[in-house]
Design a protein around this ligand. Structure first.
Ligand code: EPU
Length: 344
C-alpha cells in the first residue's frame, strides 16, 4: 500500500476545485481497500471515497485519508435467453462501460451514455437521464459494510432506489462500493419517451442510434468538463405537492413539469433558474451555463467559497421569485473529509 501525503485533488474532481488531501491512496482491489481502511483506523483519520469526482464539492484542505477507487474488470456471472448478469469493478469509467454494453448487444443503459464518472458511483445517486434510471438495471451492489466490518451484497430492492436517491445517500459513511452487478437485456427495448428523443432517433430504431442521439443531445446542451469544469446538474429538480404546483402555475403557467407516480409533481429547476435571470450569468469566477441554466461552471480557478457564493445567490433569487428552495445535487465535504449538509 502506497500512502501519499499532501496530494492535489484538482485533476480528480470535474469542477476542478483546488483541494489538498493530507493522505491519499489508490485502491485496485478489495484487499487493498481493507488495508487502506485499517490504516485510517490506526491513524484515526476519517476516510473520503473518491470515485470519478463528478459529483463532489471539495474544500481547499482535507485532513483525512482519500481512498481513490480504481477496481477494474468486467465479469459475466450468468445468462439466460432474456438477460445477462455481469459484475463490474467500481473503478470502470461509466461512459466506456455503456459503449461496451452496446457493442456486446446488451440493452438498457443506452439512454445513460456520456454521463461522467465511474461505475461505482452510479448507484449512489441512482444516475438517470432521458427516461431511464440506472437502478432499473442493477441486480445488486457489492459493498464493504463499515458498520458490520464485512463485504456483503445489497439487492436492488434493498438499495431503495428513487429519483437521485438510494440507501447509499441515507448512510453515506457506511458502505464502500466495490462492484456493481447489472442485469442487462439481450433484446433491445428502446426507451424513447423523454422529450424529443423519439424524433431524434427517427426511423433508425437501433440501440446504437439511440445511444448516439443521447450523446448528441447531451453534447449540444451540457458543457464538456474538460473545457468548462462542472458537476452536471447542480440542483435537483424539486418534487412538490399538487397544491404548491397549482399555486405557482397560476402565476407561471409555462413551468415545465412531470407528474410522479405518487401524485407529486417534479418541476424543472433549469427553467426556474433561467427565469430568475441566471442563465449565462456569472458571479466572479463561477456562473450558470448559457445553454443549460442547471449546470454551474467554474470558469477560472474558483475555490469552494466562490462556488458557494454563486449557488447561494441562485438559491436566493429562485426562492424570492418562486418560493421554491433548490437543493444542490453534488455532495459537500468538510475539512476532515466528512459529508456536510448544504444548509449548515
Ligand atoms: N429549461 C429551461 N432553461 C434552461 C434549462 C432547462 O427552460 O436553462 C427547461 C427545458 O426547456 C425543459 C426543462 O427545463 O423544458 C427540463 O430541461 P432538460 O430536459 O434539459 O432536463 P433537466 O430537467 O434540466 C434532467 C437531469 C439531467 C438529465 C436530463 C435529461 C436532473 C437534476 N437533471 O435535467 O441530469 O441529463 O434531465 O434526462 O434530474 C445530471 O444529473 O447531472 C444531469 C445532467
Amino acid at each position: 500500500m502506497h500512502i501519499q501525503n499532501n496530494v492535489q485533488l484538482q485533476p480528480f474532481n470535474t469542477l476542478n476545485l483546488g483541494s489538498v488531501a493530507s493522505h491519499y491512496v489508490k485502491v485496485e482491489n478489495e484487499s487493498m481497500l481493507l488495508d487502506a481502511l485499517s490504516y485510517a483506523e490506526q491513524q484515526q483519520l476519517n476516510i473520503l471515497i473518491l470515485s470519478g469526482g463528478s459529483n463532489m464539492l471539495l474544500p481547499e484542505q482535507i485532513h483525512a485519508l482519500v481512498i481513490h477507487m480504481d477496481i477494474q474488470g468486467i465479469e459475466t456471472l450468468n445468462e439466460d435467453d432474456a438477460s445477462k448478469t455481469i459484475s463490474v469493478g467500481a473503478g470502470q469509467g461509466w461512459h466506456d462501460f455503456v459503449l461496451w454494453t452496446t457493442e456486446q448487444h446488451l440493452y438498457g443503459l443506452q439512454n445513460l451514455a456520456l454521463i461522467p464518472g465511474l461505475v461505482g458511483a452510479s448507484p449512489v445517486q441512482n444516475i438517470g437521464a432521458y427516461g431511464v434510471e440506472v437502478g432499473e438495471f442493477i441486480r445488486s451492489v457489492r459493498v464493504y459494510d463499515r458498520k458490520l466490518k464485512q463485504f456483503t451484497e445489497i439487492t436492488a430492492q434493498d438499495c431503495h432506489f428513487a429519483y437521485r436517491h438510494s440507501i447509499f445517500k441515507d448512510e453515506p459513511e457506511r458502505y464502500v462500493i466495490s462492484q456493481v452487478i447489472f442485469q442487462l437485456l439481450k433484446h433491445a427495448d428502446l426507451k424513447l419517451n423523454y422529450g424529443d428523443l423519439k424524433q431524434a432517433v427517427g426511423e433508425n430504431l437501433t440501440a446504437k442510434n439511440l445511444q448516439n442521439q443521447v450523446i448528441q443531445i447531451r453534447q449540444s446542451k451540457l458543457p464538456d468538463p474538460k473545457e468548462f469544469p462542472n458537476v452536471g446538474s447542480f440542483f435537483k429538480n424539486p418534487v412538490i405537492s399538487q397544491q404548491s404546483f397549482d399555486q405557482i402555475t397560476t402565476k407561471f403557467p409555462q413551468l415545465p413539469h412531470y407528474p410522479q407516480a405518487n401524485g407529486q409533481i417534479k418541476i424543472a429547476a433549469g427553467w426556474l433558474i433561467d427565469q430568475a435571470g441566471w442563465k449565462g450569468k456569472r458571479l466572479g469566477m463561477v456562473g450558470m451555463f448559457a445553454k443549460q441554466a442547471l449546470v454551474l461552471v467554474n470558469y477560472e480557478q474558483a475555490t469552494l467559497t466562490d462556488v458557494q457564493a454563486t449557488y447561494r445567490a441562485v438559491q436566493q433569487d429562485v426562492l424570492a421569485k418562486f418560493n421554491i428552495a433548490l437543493e444542490p445535487e453534488p455532495v459537500l465535504f468538510n475539512t476532515v473529509g466528512l459529508i456536510q449538509s448544504h444548509t449548515e
